[in-house]
Design a protein around this ligand. Sequence first.
Ligand code: GMT
Length: 379
Amino acid sequence: MNIGITVYPTYGGSGIVGSEIGSSLAENGHNVHFISSSLPTRLTELNERVQFHEVEMMNYPLFEHQPYSLALATKLATVARAENLDLLHMHYAIPHSISAILARESLKSKFYLPVITTLHGTDITLVGADRSYLPITKYALQESDGVTAVSRFLKQATIETFDFDEIEVIPNFICPNHYKRNFDSPLREELAGNGSKLMMHVSNFRPVKRPLDCIEILAKVREQDKNARLVMVGDGPERSACEYRAEQLGVTEFVCFPGKKDNIADYLAVADLFLLPSESESFGLAALEAQACEVPVIASRVGGIPEVVTDRETGFLSDIGDIEKMSSDVVALLRDEEMREEFGRRSREYAVERYHADKIIPKYVSFYEKVLGRRSANA
Ligand code: GMT
């Protein structure tokens, strides 16, 4: 198949998932064309089966904001014709799916270009649910030729907010070879020298991730365990607030902020625990990646997280903002090496058993075939 994929190229779960789907499809003999504003972060290798097409935008003094959605629609249609695309797969409904539907309409006198939308989270729960975008998001869902969601939770949220239920749940995935514990790595020594215990957080530091809770947890945990340290990988709006709070709580020297990293797996490989105290999370890809590295997860019981983290088996879940409980769960796990090992072993076992890329990518291929089959039956 010739497949067009659009993702947000910046640091974010939907971009990672879309890029990895494309790379895996190419490894399985499909031709993949990424169409976005810049090269997606995790798309490290371009070759004859994986190509990148940049969306170019003309600027004009009259525009207060550049109309990216229109430039994307134009580029999608151009690439679709030039590369004989069989379908477009859009990650994150806003505005990608709308641009794809526009591209499909602009081409319909020549050929029909099916549009598949994968919902990732805030496109439904936050941004899409806002009244400024709700009607157009609902239109995107209804007009897409196929819709998938990354968790059962997200499907249910879409039904409730948009009264739309023709959704196939295809969960996120990991490649087990890329995610492995590696305590012999020099990075472990660098971050946790002198026998420290490492808690880790990886995110885009948006308020929805509640990164400040990680700092609060570090301070509470250190009251009982002087070996605890925290590494907060990534960058975003809440980072300086985190640095400031760490200073206020007197824990600055025990937290490190390495910034955005391409090699997230290397960081997860050296962690003892992963913290994900989010306010909303449709899936929690970072938690799955941590578990694949045998790292137990302390997280909020919210959204799709309970589908990924099994409470008391691969980590501990708490109510949003329950710093007390999260901290005592961390202390319990840090103190009890046997429990940590057992949780870690089970974390990897479940991650590989349920979310192996080899199991999930074929679900996308079958979904594409189903959509294309339905289309040719109706033509
Ligand atoms: O974080 C977001 O707001 C958007 C989105 C993204 O593009 O990073 O994240 C969502 O998609 C990820 C991949 O499917 C999920 O693992 C995240 O849980 C989800 N984020 C939220 O629901 C907040």
